[in-house]
Design a protein around this ligand. Structure first.
Ligand code: SF4
Length: 311
């Protein structure tokens, strides 16, 4: 992802140079530890996608108003909570017949075009869940469901909520696996699992919280019933942690620029991209306001049926 440096210059090679020279000298007491950057994967991801979006979400107070809620977020939240509640049932009650009750109980109604679209999406989501739980062993008890894992590095105080943490046999005993549910339209492959900083940070933290190896990360794409997986190594996890630390240092440098009276627009520059169409702050941002936005339900809309006789 190409983005600009906090000083407003485009970053060569898709990564902003760390603005060491631009950083004001940090004052503190000798021997005092540096402040850790408290973060979640979505916080780091917001900055990596667009520093200005990060600023609106996490720095500006009061935050600028967001656009209306998105139907795809409602869908994702509904499905995630239904699966959480599936695992909250005793094993002998984890049967497909309970799914309509679970999904209705957690259904979020925001963002849909109309009742007909909402009903259509509900039926689709129920079908995904029926297929998905059909492939699960109801007797399996995950190590964690929506479990928060947290750890510290020299720069980060990281915490994040995992969708699920499984325990599976490994060559030297049980190993942990990070499972992340996906409900978007497009399928995912092993490169998505390998490149996900969030999954890597969850694995890194889970390994420390549970004191058990955690190298495998999986994206479970419910609409297609596919699993995209990657086996990390200690080195690949360490590289993702280093990248996260660099992002945190960039953010802290940009925040210091503002604290020292710098221009917030320069400290947190825009990164216009196709994502702007889906940005909550498009109406506030000069770059986004120039681009056409999406309707709140666009991501869950079915493609138009071809006329009879075609396709
Ligand atoms: S509209 Fe685009 S450039 Fe503006 S804040 Fe959102 S993602 Fe960034």
């Amino acid at each position: 992802m190409r983005r600009a440096s906090p000083a407003g210059r485009p970053a060569a090679g898709g990564r902003a140079p760390r603005p060491r020279d631009a950083q004001p000298e940090q004052l503190g007491f000798e021997g005092m530890p540096e402040r850790l950057f408290v973060c979640t994967p979505s916080r780091l991801g917001a900055y990596a996608d667009c520093p200005r979006r990060y600023r609106h979400a996490y720095v500006d107070r009061p935050a600028p108003p967001k656009g209306p809620p998105w139907a795809h977020n409602s869908l994702g939240a509904s499905v995630h909570t239904a699966l959480k509640n599936w695992y909250a049932l005793p094993a002998d009650r984890r049967r497909p017949e309970v799914l309509p009750t679970l999904l209705k109980g957690t259904w979020v109604r925001d963002g849909y075009r109309d009742d007909a679209q909402e009903r259509d999406v509900y039926r689709r989501a129920l079908g995904w869940l029926e297929t998905y739980v059909g492939g699960l062993d109801p007797a399996d008890e995950p190590v964690g469901v929506e479990r928060v894992v947290a750890t510290k590095t020299g720069v980060l105080a990281f915490n994040g909520r995992t969708d699920r943490i499984d325990s599976r046999p490994g060559p030297d005993g049980p190993e942990l696996v990070i499972v992340d549910y996906k409900t978007g339209r497009t399928g995912l492959d092993a490169d998505d699992a390998r490149g996900s900083q969030a999954l890597a940070l969850y694995a890194y933290a889970a390994e420390r919280v549970f004191r058990r190896p955690c190298r495998r990360v999986e994206l479970h794409h419910l609409p297609s019933g596919t699993v995209a997986a990657h086996e990390h190594t200690a080195d690949s996890l360490a590289r993702q942690v280093t990248r996260a630390e660099q992002t945190a240092q960039d953010i802290m440098a940009a925040e210091r620029l503002i604290a020292d009276g710098g221009d917030p627009d320069a400290a947190f520059p825009t990164t216009p991209s196709p994502r702007c169409a889906w940005c909550d702050y498009r109406r506030t941002c000069p770059a986004g306001a120039e681009l056409p936005g999406k309707e709140p339900w666009a991501a869950v809309d079915r493609p138009a049926e071809p006329p009879a006789g075609q396709g």
